[in-house]
Ligand binder design. Structure first.
Ligand SMILES: Cc1ccc(Cc2cc(O)c(O)c(C(=O)NC/C=C/[C@H]3O[C@@H](n4cnc5c(N)ncnc54)[C@H](O)[C@@H]3O)c2)cc1
Ligand SMILES: [Mg+2]
Length: 214
C-alpha cells in the first residue's frame, strides 16, 4: 500500500541526516518539505524564532502539544541543557511511531518523553507522572481550537509559575482567534506577536509569545 507523508518524511531523515546529529535531522526535514513534499512542521523561518525563545527561557521543563513527526521536538531538544526534560503529547499512534524514530535518529531520546495520548487527559497527570513542579515553556502546535481550552487546563492544574512562557504556532494561519483574544486581553499574561510566514510558503503566519505573570 502507498506510504504516508510521515513515513516519507522519516525516509528523508534516514536517507539524508546523520544519526545523533539533531541539526542534520532538522535540515533534512526542512529540505524535504521545501523541495519535495510540504508538511505542517513549524519550519525553518518560524523555527529560528522558536530557537531564540528556547535559548532565552533556557527551560528545565518544556511541554509540547502536538508532536506530529517530531520536527519541533528535535529542534527544541537540541537546545536544552543535559538534564532538561521535554514532554511532548501526540494522540495519533501512527504519528507518534514516526516521531519516536525521528527523535531517536537525532539522538534526543534522553531529553524527550513522548506520551501517546490526548492533551486533555495527560495535562492533569504531568505533575505526578513526571515529578514536574512547573512548566518553564509550553509550545502549542496541535489542533488550533484546542489552544485555549488546554491553556486554561494548564492554568487550573497549577503548572505555570511567574515567568512561564507559552509559545503558540499558527496564530494567523490557520489561526487561533479565541486563544489570541484570551492571552492578549488577560491581565495574567504579557503577550508579544512574532510576525513570520507559514512554513515553506509566503503566506503570513506568526508565533505568539505569552509570559505568565502569576
Ligand atoms: C492542507 C493544509 C494543512 C496545513 C495547513 C496549515 C497548518 C500549519 C501548521 O503549522 C499547523 O500546525 C497546522 C495544524 O493544523 N496543526 C495541527 C497539528 C496537529 C498535531 O497534533 C496532534 N494533536 C492534535 N490535538 C491533539 C491533542 N489534543 N492531544 C495530543 N495530540 C494532538 C495531531 O495528531 C497532529 O499530530 C496546519 C494548511 C493547509
Ligand atoms: Mg504548526
Amino acid at each position: 500500500t502507498r506510504s504516508t507523508r510521515p513515513q516519507r518524511l522519516l525516509g528523508a531523515v534516514q536517507k539524508s541526516a546523520t544519526r545523533g546529529d539533531p541539526c542534520s535531522v532538522v535540515n533534512a526535514i526542512d529540505q524535504f518539505c521545501r523541495h519535495t513534499e510540504w508538511a505542517m512542521n513549524v519550519g525553518d523561518e518560524k523555527g529560528c524564532i522558536l530557537d531564540s525563545v528556547v535559548s532565552e527561557v533556557n527551560p528545565a521543563t518544556v511541554l509540547e502539544l502536538g508532536t506530529y513527526c517530531g520536527y519541533s521536538t528535535v529542534r527544541i531538544a537540541r537546545l536544552l541543557p543535559p538534564h532538561a526534560k521535554l514532554i511532548t503529547l501526540e494522540f495519533n499512534p501512527d504519528f507518534a511511531a514516526i516521531a519516536r524514530q525521528v527523535i531517536a535518529w537525532a539522538g534526543m531520546e534522553e531529553k524527550v518523553h513522548l506520551v501517546e495520548g490526548a492533551s486533555g487527559e495527560w495535562i492533569p497527570k504531568i505533575k505526578e507522572q513526571f515529578g514536574v513542579k512547573a512548566l518553564d515553556l509550553v509550545f502549542l502546535d496541535h489542533w488550533k481550537d484546542q489552544y485555549l481550552p488546554d491553556t486554561k487546563l494548564i492554568e487550573e492544574c497549577g503548572l505555570l509559575r511567574k515567568g512561564s512562557v507559552l509559545l503558540a504556532d499558527n496564530v494567523i494561519f490557520p489561526g487561533a482567534p479565541q486563544y489570541l483574544e484570551y492571552v492578549r486581553s488577560s491581565q495574567q499574561y504579557e503577550s508579544q506577536y512574532f510576525k513570520s510566514h507559514l512554513e515553506y510558503t509566503k503566506v503570513e503566519d506568526g508565533l505568539e509569545k505569552s509570559v505568565f505573570l502569576g
